[in-house]
Design a protein around this ligand. Structure first.
Ligand SMILES: NC(=O)c1ccc[n+]([C@@H]2O[C@H](COP(=O)([O-])OP(=O)(O)OC[C@H]3O[C@@H](n4cnc5c(N)ncnc54)[C@H](O)[C@@H]3O)[C@@H](O)[C@H]2O)c1
Ligand SMILES: C[C@@H](O)[C@H](N)C(=O)O
Length: 441
């Protein structure tokens, strides 16, 4: 499906015959009107008297059949006609047509074409993709506290550990399986989607075709489904979305982005596609560029910043640490609680507060040398060696050293809680450094 231009990929759509249609329509075709209203939950932008299928008269509804039609021809014509000559003369956003395929398995023949709507007081129904990685389980925990356990579904293609499986709803979801993903969104009445599935920078370089599929094709699936079902969509980006020609110290929100990794390229693509869908189709897309994230209870998934997590585990377990980056390699970093807090905050921010759809967020920035000094305050006997990994060093050398996040702080009040000393103390108290010191002594 991914190779078919979205406009041409619809298989089945509702049809109202043009000739005897008693309902006054806008300057487009009835098919298009119904699709637009039914699936985007909007009034016709031209404000004619088109109605959603559920509101049509029985006679009119009888004429609505879900039958196969030469979709490519009709939809292309409808869309072309609308774009060239809208009835009211204004520009009209059109949802990408792959979004409006209807699977007979999912929609009863007499179903309303409206999605379920929620009042403001309702909690969102959340799906997290790629939720078993470093960040997803923590995000699910935070969101479940806020919205209720059963309103947050964690998903991945891996098997969850017992404690994760029994802590709330878990479902298998491969983001490359478009129909299955759509079915999950429909059947669970999802309203917010956090798209965490990805191959990170180092593993991405080791398997470019897979990274391209997961990070780019997977994103296309998620975008189309989110647009079709009016979801609020969060996609994380990264410091890795910048490259050697970007200003590195500090790196502002808007500047040259020419990353040299497939991970970075796919994240720039995600930022641009999400913003495009926002401006073109009204998708509520929100994106933060995360620094390297440091967590105690979850392992990183193969990135360039992983050393800053591993050092804590090695310091406690063996008292030795071998670092794959040079001692003076400076990168922006953040404790996981700050990262997840920012994610929830930007998702809850009123749309009017967001002057942009993709924001840098920052907390601290350090080199391996500086981190080691701080770690040695807790584990003084830590022995350190450096064995530089050329691939990861080259990646790190092309990334920002400091992140400028002034826009996030101004627009929606972003503020971090953890600096380097606070981070290190928290990591050791979480991992139980006492046991290590006791063993050494
Ligand atoms: N951890 C960080 O330091 C960091 C920094 C910046 C941005 N991010 C972004 O945050 C998100 C989450 O990061 P993370 O560290 O948890 O990543 P991770 O690598 O730990 O986890 C990614 C998850 O995606 C899953 N996945 C892979 N292929 C899939 C598929 N086809 N369908 C569904 N799931 C699939 C994997 O099983 C894995 O559990 C990613 O998009 C990442 O780019 C992370
Ligand atoms: C920075 C981030 O995107 C990830 N931790 C990586 O190193 O790939």
């Amino acid at each position: 499906m991914d190779h078919v231009p979205p406009m041409l990929a619809v298989l089945e759509v509702p049809v109202v015959k043009n000739q005897q249609d008693p309902v006054p329509r806008c300057g487009t075709t009835p098919t298009f009107c119904l699709v637009l209203i039914g699936f985007q939950k909007r009034r016709c932008p031209i404000n004619c008297s088109c109605q959603p299928a559920s509101a049509l008269s029985p006679a009119d509804r009888q004429r609505i059949g879900r039958r196969k039609m030469p979709i490519v021809r009709n939809m292309s014509r409808a869309v072309r006609q609308l774009l060239q000559n809208p009835g009211c003369g204004c520009a009209i956003p059109v949802i990408p047509a792959r979004c409006i395929g209807i699977s007979p398995r999912q929609v009863a023949s007499d179903a309303s074409f409206h999605s379920v709507s929620f009042s403001n007081s309702d909690h969102p129904r959340v799906l997290i993709t790629g939720g078993l990685g470093q960040l997803g389980v923590g995000l699910a925990k935070l969101l479940r506290k806020r919205f209720g356990k059963n309103n947050v579904i964690l998903s991945d293609i891996r098997k969850p550990a017992d404690n994760v499986f029994y802590s709330g709803p878990f479902i298998y979801a491969d983001i490359l399986d478009y129909k299955n993903l759509r079915e999950i969104v429909v059947n669970n009445r999802i309203t917010w989607l956090f798209h965490y599935s990805a191959l990170l920078s180092a593993v991405g370089e080791a398997n470019v075709p897979l990274a391209r599929a997961v990070n780019i094709t997977g994103l296309h699936n998620v975008l189309d489904i989110a647009a079709e079902h009016n979801l609020r969509l969060f996609v994380p980006s990264t410091i890795g979305a910048f490259g050697p020609t970007s200003p590195r110290n500090p790196t502002p929100d808007l500047c040259i982005q020419r990353p040299r990794t497939i991970y970075g390229v796919s994240k720039v693509h995600a930022e641009l596609m999400g913003e495009y869908y926002h401006y073109r189709y009204g998708l509520d897309f929100r994106c933060l560029r995360y620094p390297g994230i440091i967590s105690a209870d979850s392992q990183p998934g193969g990135g360039t910043t992983d050393y800053a997590v591993q050092i804590f585990h090695d310091a406690i377990k063996t008292g030795k640490f071998q670092c794959y980056l040079k001692p003076d390699t400076r990168l922006p970093m953040m404790y996981i609680d700050d990262c997840l807090k920012a994610t929830l905050e930007v998702m809850e921010a009123p749309a009017e507060a967001l002057s942009m759809r993709t924001y840098n967020i920052s907390a601290m920035s350090f080199t391996p040398e500086e981190l080691v000094q701080e770690v040695q305050k807790h584990v003084p006997e830590l022995q350190l060696t450096y064995k530089v990994d050329e691939t990861r060093q080259a990646i790190a050398d092309s990334w920002p050293m400091n992140f400028d996040d002034r826009n996030a702080r101004r627009d929606w009040g972003w503020k971090h809680d953890y600096d380097l000393p606070e981070l290190v103390t928290t990591m050791f108290s979480f991992l139980g450094s006492d046991s290590r010191i006791a063993r050494v002594n």
